[in-house]
Design a protein around this ligand. Structure first.
Ligand code: M6R
Length: 608
């Protein structure tokens, strides 16, 4: 989704802005732009539709030399992807980039047109530029002006703006869309994502809701929405990210699939001891809260929602704790009843998903016992706003299609379930879970060893327009996640069903042109699943069964078996998603789609 970078320095910042945009590319976008102040009152603005590389090419055509500038990648919300709609937007000397949505932009636009302003784009952002310009006429410094503009905006924003007549200053305002300041020596920066700033600094200050920041090359001052000076902590980031380092891999997604054994190992490190899971990082009061829990409510979107679906099986079957699960965008707009002693658990790779954040904020007014976030990005809004946090240690995930974030989320969730089972004296399976977690990285490694055969299989899907995915029990969410992966990157329509549900309607779709992918580990539902497979087979479906090598399946004309090494039942969902990730990857690879940045999608969905 949209991304911002800004810099004010005593050296040329053009390349810093362009590199920052390259590092924001993974978020998904459709146009890019920058503006730098050449000298007081004079600005160069460049905007291009398409990849950042188009902007880089344009930048090479003219000298860009300046110590102050802002840049943006845009994911279209208001108005098509076009040069006119790309950021920065200007109103004479005022230049603005913006993430989020100004909900009352239509009304503001009418008011501003009546005041004589001309709009050159269809965006909501342009109203901010004109509004600042209008308010500036009433006097005061740029901070006073921003403090007057902010109450007029409804919606969500991360805004960075400059006045070309005063090029030694950037102003930023943050409400609902994250902004982080990067501190340098004799230079300062701002961005919507710390990844954009890692080449220039590791010292960061996250802005909080309602903060307004004044940034010069020598100083950073932060004010609350009343204009009162506030103190925000500076942190040192340890995030590792090298944009050019795909290593031997063609895509980040491929790299991230193969990183899963290590990502899971990192996620487990320090959290397993010989006889129990150690989550003391939750803080000294956590046990007191967790032992009171009688219910858990999971909230998430997309892939994170699928990991919540798996966790629901675990919470109820392993810890006997009732668990409900809801898509964040539904939860936030529904009047739901809160169960007694319920813990709200949010799951998110980015920690910035607008719907999940809004659901968390809403839950605070609803009487939950507390909130726990499972997240991959330290310092993200979800992490900062939750009572308790468990980090996944997947490392930066760049591919839009989530892979290692999913399997590390599941790893953390299984540890959490084990911890809760102990606190609630339901210890029957604890040692099995601990053993399974210990061997998990190795099991994933063994499954990755099947990659060549999955690559060959991918050929079968190239000319298909639809694919069905089937699973039962805790493999049903895995079927859903496998279908999502295929849809996202290969653009083939894919649907998942609980295998037992086929006879209630979806069987009508099955014919000899319909591939049906089945996940079939060796578990107590295997025999039931085999019946469902026969139902599909009897109707001419083309079956692709990812099965335990001891599950008793045989290859035949209408059924291809992808034999997988045996895995412990409890971790089978974490293991069985891996071949489905590979399948989606190879299909997309052969089709030649833009795997890391699939069309229309964004990595971090910061608008609703
Ligand atoms: O960052 P989050 O986990 O909150 O993101 C949620 C979804 O947007 C995300 O999982 C999305 O579905 C992925 N593209 C799936 O691969």
């Amino acid at each position: 989704m949209c991304g911002i970078i800004g810099a004010v320095a005593q050296r040329n910042i053009a390349e810093i802005l362009l590199e920052g945009l390259r590092r924001l590319e993974y978020r998904g976008y459709d146009s890019a732009g920058l503006a730098i102040v050449d000298y007081p009152g004079c600005v160069t603005r460049l905007r291009r539709v398409g990849k950042v590389e188009m902007l880089v090419k344009a930048a090479k055509q003219q000298p860009l030399i300046s110590g102050t500038g802002i840049a943006h990648v845009r994911w279209a919300t208001h108005g098509e992807p076009s040069e006119a709609n790309a950021h920065p937007h200007v109103s004479e000397q005022i230049i603005v980039v913006h993430n989020g949505i100004v909900e009352n932009h239509e009304l503001l636009r009418e008011v501003l047109i009546a005041r004589g302003y001309f709009f050159s784009s269809e965006t909501d952002t342009e109203v901010i530029a004109h509004l600042v310009h209008w308010e500036q006429k009433k006097g005061g410094n740029l901070r006073d002006v921003v403090l007057r503009v902010i109450p007029q905006l409804r919606g969500v924003y991360g805004i960075v703006l400059m006045d070309s007549r005063n090029p030694l200053l950037l102003m930023a305002a943050c409400f609902g869309s994250p902004l982080v300041i990067g501190r340098g020596v004799g230079e300062n920066f701002i961005a919507s994502d710390q990844l954009a700033l890692l080449p220039v600094t590791r010292r960061f200050i996250y802005l909080e809701e309602g903060d307004i920041a004044e940034i010069s090359y020598s100083d950073v001052s932060i004010f609350d929405r009343e204009g009162k000076l506030v103190n925000r902590a500076e942190i040192e980031s340890s995030v590792q990210y090298d944009a050019s380092d795909k290593g031997i891999y063609h895509h980040y997604m491929e790299k991230e699939i193969y990183e899963q054994p290590m990502a899971i190992k990192n996620t487990l490190t320090g959290r397993l001891n010989h006889c129990e899971v150690d989550l003391s990082e939750l803080g000294p009061n956590a046990d007191a809260i967790l032992s009171q829990i009688e219910h858990t409510q999971i909230i998430a979107c997309g892939t994170s929602y699928h990991s919540g679906m798996v966790a629901r099986y675990w919470f109820e079957s392993l810890a006997s704790i009732p668990c409900d699960l809801e898509i964040a965008s539904e939860f936030r707009y529904r009047k739901s009843a809160v169960r007694k002693n319920s813990l709200i658990i949010t799951l998110s790779q980015s920690g910035e998903t607008a719907d999940t954040l809004a659901a968390l904020r809403l839950s605070k007014k609803m009487g939950y016992l507390g909130s726990l976030a499972i997240c991959n990005v330290a310092g993200s809004s979800l992490v900062r706003e939750s009572d308790m946090v468990l980090m996944t240690k997947a490392g930066t995930e760049i591919g839009v299609a989530s892979t290692k974030a999913f399997t590390t989320q599941l790893t953390v969730l299984l540890m959490l379930v084990s911890k809760l089972a102990r606190l609630h004296d339901r210890l029957v399976e604890e040692q099995d879970i601990l053993h399974a977690l210990q061997v998990l990285p190795n099991r994933i490694k063994q499954i990755l060893g099947q990659d060549k055969c999955i690559e060959l299989l991918a050929q079968d899907f190239l000319d298909k327009r639809h694919v069905l995915f089937l699973g039962r029990g805790d493999q049903y969410p895995i079927a859903m996640e496998g279908a999502l992966k295929l849809k996202e990157i290969s653009y083939i329509h894919a649907e998942a069903y609980a295998a037992g549900e086929m006879k209630h309607g979806p069987l009508a779709l099955v014919d000899d042109n319909m591939p049906v992918v089945v996940v079939a580990p060796k578990n107590e539902l295997l025999e039931k699943l085999k019946l469902n497979i026969e139902e599909v087979r009897a109707r001419g479906g083309l079956l692709y069964v990812f099965a335990d090598q001891n599950a008793g399946f045989n290859n035949s004309k209408d059924m291809k078996i992808i034999s997988l090494p045996p895995v412990e039942t409890v971790i089978a969902p974490i293991c069985y998603i891996v071949p489905l990730q590979l399948l989606a990857y190879y299909v997309a690879f052969i089709k030649g789609t833009d795997i890391d940045q699939p069309r229309n999608l964004a990595k971090s969905v910061t608008v609703e």
